[in-house]
Ligand binder design. Structure first.
Ligand SMILES: C[S@@+](CC[C@H](N)C(=O)[O-])C[C@H]1O[C@@H](n2cnc3c(N)ncnc32)[C@H](O)[C@@H]1O
Length: 245
């Protein structure tokens, strides 16, 4: 397996007309020839770019048209290589999943896996998940939002880069329909505490009860990232909230 260089190495950071502190860093990546082939074949149908605000408001996603059906909708922000995305979508074929990621190589891996496993209920957006929620998804649309192992930005001067801040959690809560679920998981103790505080302070959300029946599954597969964290002795904190009526 070799990776293509040069023209096919693309910047990972989408342009922001209005500069905002982002939860990701700019990086370049290359993808393999096989991934590029899957990308060329499938991306036009299964993927799109995030749209941010500009002079023209971005159109809302027409998910019924995109998925070819109406089904409960989940948005996963920062899907990485899509290990959880794929397994969870396969476990719940009646739920549609939009996976958002800035990292093209991760999306290319997920796209190849979708192709190989013939999974029908995943679509992908490349770009900033905050843009997607803000501009492309309407209020009370989502049955679930998943954020698994968001970058912890451990240095205190970088905490402002963390994805799950009060404004983003408020935006997520607004985009959830009543009874919809915000599911976050992290192996970083400090970030876990911040997420817990921010989620608990959001008036539109309440903690899910331990045995509560939820409209989406909260069963995640263990990813490579998570196994590494566990081996390093970092316990994983699972956080679940439900949107209030
Ligand atoms: C630590 S990785 C975890 C990946 C995956 N969720 C997992 O559990 O293996 C965090 C991922 O979030 C992505 N990311 C960070 N901020 C993002 C944002 N605002 N929108 C979309 N993706 C983002 C990064 O590119 C990175 O791939």
């Amino acid at each position: 397996m070799h990776s293509r260089q040069g023209g096919l190495s693309t910047p990972e950071t989408p342009a922001h007309p209005i500069r905002r502190i982002t939860s990701f860093r700019s990086r370049r990546s290359t993808i393999t020839d096989a991934q590029q082939d899957a990308w060329d074949r499938l991306w036009p149908r299964l993927g799109t770019l995030a749209r941010s605000g500009g002079p023209e408001p971005a159109p809302r996603l027409d998910t019924a048209e995109w998925f070819g059906r109406r089904a409960p909708l989940v948005c996963e922000i920062g899907c990485g290589t899509g290990t959880s995305t794929l397994a969870m979508a396969q476990a719940e074929p009646d739920i549609d999943v939009i996976a958002v990621e800035v990292y093209r190589r991760g999306l290319a891996q997920l796209l190849s896996a979708i192709d190989r496993e013939a999974v029908a209920n995943i679509r992908m957006i490349r770009g900033d998940g905050v843009d997607v929620l803000e501009h492309q998804i309407g209020p009370a649309t989502l049955t679930g939002v998943r954020v698994f192992f968001p970058d912890p930005w451990p240095k205190s001067r970088h905490h402002k880069r963390r994805l799950l801040q009060p404004q983003t959690v408020a935006l997520i809560a607004d985009r959830l329909r009543t009874g919809g679920v915000l599911h976050a998981a992290t192996d970083h103790a400090g970030y876990a505490q911040q997420i817990a505080e921010v989620g608990d302070a959001e008036p539109l959300l309440r903690r899910a009860q331990p045995d509560e029946s939820l409209p989406i599954s909260s069963v995640r597969p263990s990813t490579k990232y998570e196994m590494k964290a566990r081996h390093a002795g970092s316990p994983v904190t699972e956080l679940l909230w439900v949107k209030r009526p």
